[in-house]
Design a protein around this ligand. Structure first.
Ligand code: LLP
Length: 431
């Protein structure tokens, strides 16, 4: 469920009409609904907190660490921090943003295949919940960094379970040939070695097999293996207190397979893992943010090609603003901001102004008839939207707006052209 609906013929985000926002903020821009962010977090959190098997031995609910990569806008992070979210981070930048947004260090997880020594040192000094170690060289460096700081590093090992899944090959992470995680055999050996190291505290295992997963079967297969590996470690007399099962649960993109609900997911986890007596972590990103955001764009003109009869809907958003269609052939529902009064439809190739054929949001899309100046909304753009934006073609980054009821606030302004030029100083010899 989301809070983007037509009211009096106009699409609103909660109580704010998008047409009014477009007039005040200019297009293109991203808009997020606080109520949707909060609702998605709460629904997921309640679902995974419900089964008694998923409570820790101390009775704690799982840690739900929002995958900041999906949307690391400070106001979005602060909204989620206020409802109790933790943060799954992949860089010092994300850790700093999460802390600054009010996520306590005790709820921060640090993942990623290439953490630098400086980043690991920063994380240890901040006192985060755990580092998710993804390789032997990384673990060796973590030991050195922790020793140099005279600290003990709490970490889990990310196992690559050899089960990949996800909405596109580029977002599948759990396949045996993918760069993520360690084979189970190596992970178990590393875990045992680390248990004897004075600066390392192996506390558990992690996995994350992909993103936009719409079928629980591969997840269940991976989780069953995780359970087996926990038992193996315990059989060797090692302690395993935590299991991080990653993110990846898909969201309903219009016209795409309906994903399982958070409740179905939680029941599957409880059934598969049983009463393992660990504290769980989950790292949902897309599930929380995707349908809480939209990208609003204005039609520049409609270009009908005389030879092919194709109609190009040329809009002022481009692949630099929302790269998912170009990168993953992703489908985003496109809706008119003004509810159409008639039934006239047309078939459009929806394109941006960037000088690449890849700057095509959709080919042959059936839409209510559009004309220059009309506003359209790309739905489900709250995750992996603005965060993946760039200034390619020297197009200013699209601003972001957060709505709460009838209030709105620009949570990242559009840079001016002067800002953009000033950011790139020219050396003296060119002056
Ligand atoms: N945890 C780890 C270790 C991850 O690598 C990811 C996503 C997540 C959690 C969150 O996954 P989610 O719940 O959002 O599916 N840019 C792509 C998605 C890349 C996902 C990368 N990892 C897209 O636009 O579809």
């Amino acid at each position: 469920m989301n809070h983007f609906d037509y009211r009096d013929g106009e699409m609103c985000a909660e109580g704010v009409a998008l047409r009014e926002l477009a007039e005040k903020v200019g297009t293109p821009f991203y808009v997020y609904s606080s109520a949707t962010l909060e609702r998605h977090f709460n629904v997921f959190s309640q679902a995974v907190s419900a089964p008694p098997e998923l409570k820790s031995p101390k009775g704690e609910a799982p840690l739900v660490a929002f995958a900041c990569k999906a949307n690391s806008n400070m106001a979005v992070l602060a909204t989620l921090a206020q409802v109790g979210a933790g943060a799954d981070t992949v860089s010092e930048g994300e850790i700093r943003k999460a802390l600054a947004a009010g996520v306590p260090a005790s709820k921060i997880v640090f993942s990623g295949v290439g953490k630098t020594d400086d980043e690991m040192a920063f994380a240890l000094k901040a006192g985060i919940y755990q580092l998710n170690v993804e390789s032997r060289p990384e673990l060796e460096r973590l030991a050195r960094v922790a020793a140099s700081l005279n600290r003990v590093a709490p970490f889990v090992i990310r196992i690559n379970p050899g089960v990949g899944a996800g909405g596109h090959a580029k977002i599948t992470t759990g396949g045996a040939k993918d760069k993520f995680g360690i084979s189970a055999e190596e992970a178990l050996a590393l875990y045992a070695d680390a248990a004897a190291h004075p600066n390392l505290a192996p506390v558990g295992l992690a996995c994350h097999i992909g993103s936009q997963i719409t079928d629980l079967t591969p997840m269940q297969a991976a989780f069953a293996k995780m359970r087996g590996w926990v038992m193996e470690l315990r059989a060797q007399g090692l302690s395993v207190e935590r299991v991080d099962l990653g993110g990846g649960l898909g969201v309903p993109y219009f016209n795409q397979p309906e994903p399982p609900s958070p409740q179905d997911f939680a029941e599957m986890v409880a059934l598969t893992m049983g009463d393992l007596k660990v504290r769980y972590t989950f790292e949902p990103g897309r599930l929380i943010a995707a349908n809480a955001g939209a990208l609003i764009s204005r039609v520049i003109h409609v270009h009908e090609r005389q030879d092919s009869g194709q109609q190009f809907l040329v809009i002022d958003a481009a692949m630099n603003d929302l790269i998912r269609p170009a990168l993953y052939d992703a489908y985003h529902d496109i809706r008119p901001v003004a509810k159409p009064s008639g039934n006239a439809h047309a078939t459009y190739d929806v394109v941006g102004p960037i000088c690449e054929t890849g700057d095509t949001f959709s080919r042959g899309r059936d839409l209510p008839e559009q004309k220059a100046g009309d506003l359209i909304a790309f739905m489900s753009a709250g995750a992996y939207g603005a965060v993946m934006g760039s200034e390619y073609n020297s197009r200013p980054l699209a601003p972001e707006v957060l709505v709460r009821d009838a209030d709105w606030f620009i949570v990242r302004p559009r840079p001016s052209y002067e800002d953009m030029i000033a950011r790139e100083p020219v050396p003296g010899w060119l002056k």
